[in-house]
Design a protein around this ligand. Structure first.
Ligand SMILES: Cc1cc2nc3c(=O)[nH]c(=O)nc-3n(C[C@H](O)[C@H](O)[C@H](O)COP(=O)(O)OP(=O)(O)OC[C@H]3O[C@@H](n4cnc5c(N)ncnc54)[C@H](O)[C@@H]3O)c2cc1C
Length: 778
């Protein structure tokens, strides 16, 4: 990666890609497998910028939108709607919500793409940058709000775009790090790509192939993004200086705002408009900048009080009405320490169209755009219907219970002039597209009509957005097209790798480097497996072979001298392990040791006695197995006198289903049990009996605890969260509650004792009557 324009200026490449964004990066990566590629991006690197890379700062990069250098560039359409575009390697995938969803099957069919190739291209992307999300409580709530509003069926976690409520993929990994399309560059051949950052492409350079009377793209002219517009540099396609036509292409991937603007600045567009800016006409193409669309969005605040909540990108979506409406919810910062909670709905297939025009000859300035939101009657009608559905989500019991009774939510429904309110409140979902649509500016192979060697591959080519969030399909498109482009070439020329390959110079031998650190990378799926012990191979010292009698020994310092050792052997093998080790070592009740022919070293009758396990009653808040992410308990209810502890989680019961237990434990049971050996093989479990609830007092308390637990599971919050039909376990109401407690008693996994202080060890954890043996742990 370099920002030094001089290093690139005057050089030639098989392919020149303009715009290192969502579609541009994967395209550069896949083309680099066979060709030399120059990728020019007007912004800088995302990797060191925490506002881009860290989920906790999601939304913060959208505040800084200065004219020439921030990672997000804002623009206001003539309609008066504020909008945003990415200006950084990774493009808008570096500033967006990271929600990842494939296009519907119908969209793929309509686009004329090969289904199998599309699936492969999606998989290529997904193996690198897509993760299942860890749902936050607000996302769970939104999910139940969507279901309550009737957006059904529930589809669980899926990357497919299907009707109903679902959990989508995300580009944020489990550590909260964002993976943008810039990460996809690592899937290419590093020796064949140059990424030029902080350089803005001004226009395409053309030449006329006089033999065939064809206009051909032969290179690009660019400026430093922070320089003057007059100082320009050039890079050209390989072969452009020969008599023949170049082999490769200039490919615009500058987004729906960038690509039409570059075409216009290069003289490809409607003649009348070009004349206004004195731009010489290269190809008269009236549709450049036309058919521009933005999906109208209505956003209601579920809670409009600005509170300091953690930012939360959307992870669930409600897809309704034949895929026409999409509803998502998030938590968005509006300042350094306050956030809002919008629930937003978009109209997936608007009919209203707009137009993009130049505003200036400076490529860094935004063009002028007008989307004509809701200008078509059909759009307005649908918008009203969509708002009614959105209002049902925002007013759902789940959302109300989650945000508290006093939450101040936006209300639109009930007003007499809902269409008027829609028009007044319309915003963007940031999925604007078109301007270089397939069929009017580019053909179905994404070649610009009337010019050789020029293509557009990004959101500007979509006549319709993929219905769902477009990032997935744009990343996919980048990798889908490379093999297609490659097949088109009559001869494959492998240009010599550029000697000025700057950014991967450090370690080319490994093939893949981390663009951030310059170090070799391991792909997500290449997890390191623990070393296998094969038959015949030596075990690692300390590991026992399963069936082998072989033993090893280690000694305390001084043990072989006449004196006593200085230190001690300390057992920390847990409540099951430590008493068992003592017994196997001949320290324990003589009668029991004799049974196993273990020579008695110290007769200590209490080893293995006083074993306790805290009795636990666990009720299923919802006993339907659902496909939800596992969730460890993070809150606890601790009742009076600290006797009862209640916690809740989501526990997997198979690879794709989980249950929702709410569990209560009795903190100080009186019932005691015992641990005995079962075998002289230390790897086998000893026998334990805890005698749960055998003491009357424990049983009485357990009944009380069951009643308390039942109140939690029956609470309005839990009921609203799971919906009215959730099938929960019921204990209370039964006549024989003590009997039911006994039948349902389980473990909270907090078993302890067996080597209790005062009976097996003293208050300094020394085993009675044994010098140099201590026990630490339970
Ligand atoms: C705030 C926001 C939130 C969004 N949330 C989601 C979401 O959660 N899920 C989802 O699927 N979609 C989301 N989207 C939409 C999605 O991110 C975009 O539709 C998609 O990224 C567009 O991809 P693209 O390749 O067409 O353009 P971009 O990714 O924008 O790439 C264009 C690139 O070209 C560069 N460029 C432009 N002009 C020039 C020039 N003259 N010279 C050099 N470089 C240039 C730009 O800097 C940029 O890097 C969101 C968008 C925004 C703005």
């Amino acid at each position: 990666m370099t920002s030094d324009v001089e290093e690139v200026s005057g050089k030639s490449f098989d392919y020149i890609i303009v715009g290192g964004g969502t579609a541009g990066c994967p395209l550069a990566a896949t083309l680099s497998e066979k060709f030399s590629v120059l990728l020019v991006e007007r912004g800088g690197s995302p990797f060191e910028n925490p506002l881009v890379m860290e989920k906790k700062y999601y939304g913060y990069s959208l505040f800084e939108t200065d004219e020439f250098s921030s990672v997000a560039q804002s623009f206001v359409s003539v309609d008066g709607v504020r909008n945003l575009r990415g200006r950084v390697l990774g493009g808008s995938s570096a500033i967006n919500g990271g929600f990842y969803s494939r296009a519907s099957k119908e969209f793929v069919k309509k686009a004329g793409w090969n289904e199998e190739m599309v699936a492969k291209a999606y998989e290529w992307v997904e193996s690198r940058v897509v993760f299942p999300p860890m749902l936050t409580p607000w996302q769970f709530t939104a999910e139940f709000g969507l279901l309550e509003a009737g957006i059904l069926p529930y589809n669980g976690y899926t990357l497919e775009h299907v009707e109903g409520t679902k959990i989508g993929g995300t580009v944020f990994d489990q550590l909260g790090t964002r993976h943008t399309s810039a990460d996809l560059l690592q899937g290419g051949n590093p020796e064949n790509i140059i990424v030029l950052l902080n350089a803005t492409v001004k226009n395409i350079i053309f030449h006329n192939n006089s033999d065939k009377n064809e206009t051909c793209a032969s290179g690009i002219s660019f400026i430093r993004s922070d320089g003057t517009a007059d100082e320009t540099f050039e890079a050209v396609l390989s072969g452009a200086n020969d008599s023949s036509s170049p082999l490769g292409d200039v490919i615009l991937a500058a987004g729906a705002m960038g690509s039409p603007a570059i075409l216009l600045l290069s003289g490809v567009g409607p003649p009348k408009h070009l004349k206004k800016f004195d731009i010489p006409i290269v190809v008269a193409l009236k549709d450049v900048g036309r058919q521009l669309k933005d999906n109208p969005c209505i956003s209601l605040m579920a809670d409009s009080r600005p509170l300091n909540r953690p930012a939360d990108p959307p992870q669930v979506a409600g897809i309704a009405k034949d895929l026409k409406f999409i509803i998502e919810a998030g938590v968005l910062p509006i300042s350094a320490n306050s956030t809002l909670v919008p629930v937003a709905a978009k109209l997936a297939f608007p009919k209203s169209k707009g137009r993009l025009k130049l505003n200036s000859m400076d490529p860094r300035e935004n063009p002028t755009v007008k989307f004509n939101y809701l200008s078509k009657e059909e759009d307005l009608k649908q918008c009203v219907e969509m708002v009614e559905m959105l209002q049902r989500v925002v007013s759902s019991q789940a959302v109300t219970v989650f945000l508290g009774a006093e939450h101040k939510k936006d209300v639109l429904v009930g007003s007499e002039d809902l269409p008027g309110l829609c028009q007044k409140n319309v915003r963007t979902f940031y999925h604007y597209h078109g301007g270089c649509s397939v069929g009017s500016v580019v053909d179905s192979d994404y070649r610009v009509y009337g010019v050789k060697g020029l293509r557009v591959v990004d959101g500007s080519t979509f006549l319709e957005s993929p219905g769902t969030n477009p990032m997935a399909t744009l990343m996919m498109l980048g990798s889908l097209l490379a093999p297609k482009i490659e097949r088109e070439l009559k001869r494959i020329s492998l240009s010599t790798p550029p000697p000025y390959s700057v950014f991967f110079s450090a370690s080319l031998s490994t093939g893949m480097l981390n663009l951030r650190t310059g170090r070799p990378i391991h792909l997500k799926n290449q997890s390191k497996l623990p070393p296998k012990i094969n038959e015949g191979e030596e075990d690692l010292p300390g590991l026992c072979r399963k069936n082998g009698p072989e033993t090893f020994e280690a000694f305390l310092n001084g043990a072989n001298d006449s004196s006593s050792p200085l230190g001690g052997v300390i057992l920390a093998a847990g409540a099951i392990g430590s008493p068992a080790v003592l017994l196997l070592s001949g320290v324990g009740p003589p009668k029991h040791l004799k049974k196993f022919d273990i020579p008695i070293v110290v007769a200590l009758k209490d080893v293995g006695r006083q074993m306790k396990d805290d009795p636990c009653i666990s009720l299923m808040a919802d006993s339907r197995p659902l496909n939800c992410p596992a969730d460890t308990p993070q809150v606890a209810g601790i009742s009076e006198d600290l006797k009862f502890i209640i916690e809740a989680g989501v526990l997997p019961i198979s690879a794709n289903s989980a249950l929702f237990p709410v569990a209560a434990k009795l903190a100080y049971p009186e019932s005691k049990g015992r641990l005995k050996l079962n075998s002289v093989d230390l790897r086998e479990n000893p026998t334990v009996k805890f005698n749960y609830l055998s003491k009357e007092e424990d049983l009485k308390q357990c009944v009380e605890m069951g009643e308390l637990l039942q109140r939690v599971v029956n609470s309005q919050a839990v009921t609203a969260f799971f919906g009215a039909e959730h099938k929960k376990d019921v204990l209370v109401g039964s006549e024989d509650l003590p009997g039911l407690c006994k039948k349902n008693v389980r473990t909270f996994y907090h078993y302890h004792d067996g080597c209790s202080v005062g009976s097996v060890i003293d208050s300094d954890y020394r085993v009675y009557r044994l010098w140099s043996k201590r026990i630490a742990g339970r």
